[in-house]
Design a protein around this ligand. Structure first.
Ligand SMILES: NC(=O)c1ccc[n+]([C@@H]2O[C@H](COP(=O)([O-])OP(=O)(O)OC[C@H]3O[C@@H](n4cnc5c(N)ncnc54)[C@H](O)[C@@H]3O)[C@@H](O)[C@H]2O)c1
Length: 425
């Protein structure tokens, strides 16, 4: 089938490349001409495992095409996937400027029947606005939420846990059913509002598990219990499940904080209180403060103290800094007058553009040099394989705050570190 992807970010590229791998002809359009220029050369402008290689392969195979002109890109297209960003405003409402602009342009240039599948995360209000813009029998609208995870985006797109298609339009249903035939995942056909809520409910539930275990970890810290054992003992109950029960300093990224806040805000606007999800957000917003408290417990004043932060991206295996918890910690430490040394394997380049007055490197040993404490802020698995004896010698102090509970605390203590995890005895 002839497919067009509008918006070439994580979701757009992973979706399009996965569809190309299944034998479809895929065009990509983005309003950002620079991105399209790079993509035409087979280059990705962000880090995502496997996507770079797949992009090169498919650009060569002529199965994948890039456009900076939507009118041309839309010629002979049967399905368009809308994958543009849907950020939120400070007050939690959706900033629907980009998605509405994309929809209006699709309306302007479409010349024949078109299935429009919305992959961007939207709330019911935005859906209604899109539906009104596309109120013509030519457009067959559906909501097809995306559940991929950054760091495994292509794999998730190729092997989704489920495919949710929300539509009131029989033609859209038939075409999307055919398109997704080569995928083995269960398909859930439903109405648009239920598809929208399935996406929000999924993200809210994941966020809830994280805030839940973080709250228990804070209690565990106080009474001297071990959150690793608690999470295992709790998560092995099949009704609960052990995924997303890793205690730490909170969730960041471009989805969970945005979608949970947006959900609460939207519900409030229509007179519904989402107390549980609101609490999940509140717990998350303050959770990172445990790092500052633990540093102060050991160092007392943080003024002119040299502190190394290991990890800047919102999670390992990505260079995405959006809503990163690490950046919140950095801001607080700057206010306290600490001297900062920052490490990330990938996000160091992006970080250099937004953080001044800090030494930033992709080599952890350089960053550790002369520091009084190290904070693990991102769950890069590489951190657990570092030469910690060497790091101990390079440091001025010996404090480790493991904000992601990924290091071997017994080993570190043996080397001579003072170790603090989150809720780890
Ligand atoms: N990143 C994730 O892990 C993830 C997972 C599931 C769902 N989502 C949702 O998917 C959507 C996209 O997320 P993303 O992370 O891929 O975003 P992104 O910011 O990486 O990419 C969005 C792209 O859309 C382009 N764009 C914006 N307005 C446009 C327009 N009018 N026409 C054409 N292109 C336009 C931007 O230039 C950008 O390249 C969001 O709604 C997000 O909430 C994201």
């Amino acid at each position: 089938m002839n497919i067009l992807i509008v918006g070439t970010g994580y979701v757009g590229l992973a979706t399009g490349i996965a569809l190309a791998k299944k034998g479809h002809k895929v065009r990509f359009y983005d309003k950002d001409k620079e991105k399209i220029k790079l993509l035409k050369k087979g280059k990705l402008f962000f880090f995502e495992p496997l996507l770079q290689e797949a992009l090169k392969e498919f650009t060569k195979n002529q199965n994948v095409f890039f456009f900076d002109n939507l009118k041309e890109a839309l010629e002979n297209i049967e399905i368009v996937f809308v994958c543009v960003g849907t950020p939120i405003l400070k007050d939690g409402r959706t900033n629907s400027k980009d998605i509405e602009k994309a929809i209006k342009e699709i309306k302007k240039y479409a010349t024949k029947d078109l299935v429009v599948a919305i992959k961007s995360t939207i709330n019911p209000k935005v859906y209604t606005s899109i539906k009104n813009i596309l109120a013509s029998s030519k457009f067959h609208l559906s909501v097809n939420p995306e559940f991929l995870r950054e760091g495994s985006a292509l794999n998730d797109s190729l092997n989704p846990s489920r495919i949710v298609i929300g539509t009131e339009n029989e033609y859209a249903k038939k075409i999307l059913d055919k398109l997704y035939a080569p995928f083995e995942a269960p398909k859930i056909f439903t109405d648009p509002m239920s598809a929208i809520l399935t996406k929000y409910a999924s993200n809210a539930f994941l966020a809830m598990k994280i805030s839940f275990i973080n709250e228990i970890a804070n209690l565990s810290d106080r009474i001297g219990a071990n959150i690793d054992d608690i999470a295992l003992g709790t998560g092995l109950d099949p009704r609960i499940g052990k995924d997303y029960l890793k205690a730490g300093i909170g969730f960041g990224g471009s989805c969970l904080p945005k979608d949970t806040k947006n959900m609460v805000k939207y519900a409030k606007e229509i007179g519904i209180r989402l107390d549980l999800i609101n609490s999940v957000n509140k717990i998350n917003e303050r959770q990172y403060k445990v790092v500052i408290e633990k540093l102060q417990k050991h160092l007392v004043s943080l003024k002119s103290r040299t502190i190394a932060i290991f990890g800047l991206s919102f999670k390992g295996d990505t260079d995405d800094l959006r809503n990163s918890i690490s950046l919140k910690i950095i801001k607080d430490l700057e206010k306290e007058g600490a001297i900062l040394r920052l490490h990330d394997y990938l996000a160091f380049k992006k970080a250099k553009k937004i953080i001044n007055n800090a030494f930033i490197s992709d080599i952890p040993y350089f960053v550790a040099e002369g520091s009084e404490a190290i904070v693990i802020a991102t769950d890069w698995k590489e951190y657990s394989h570092l030469d910690w004896e060497k790091i101990r010698k390079l440091m001025k102090g010996n404090l480790i705050i493991d904000g992601r509970n990924i290091l071997d605390k017994d080993l570190l203590k043996k080397i001579g570190f003072v170790y603090e995890g989150i809720g780890r005895k």
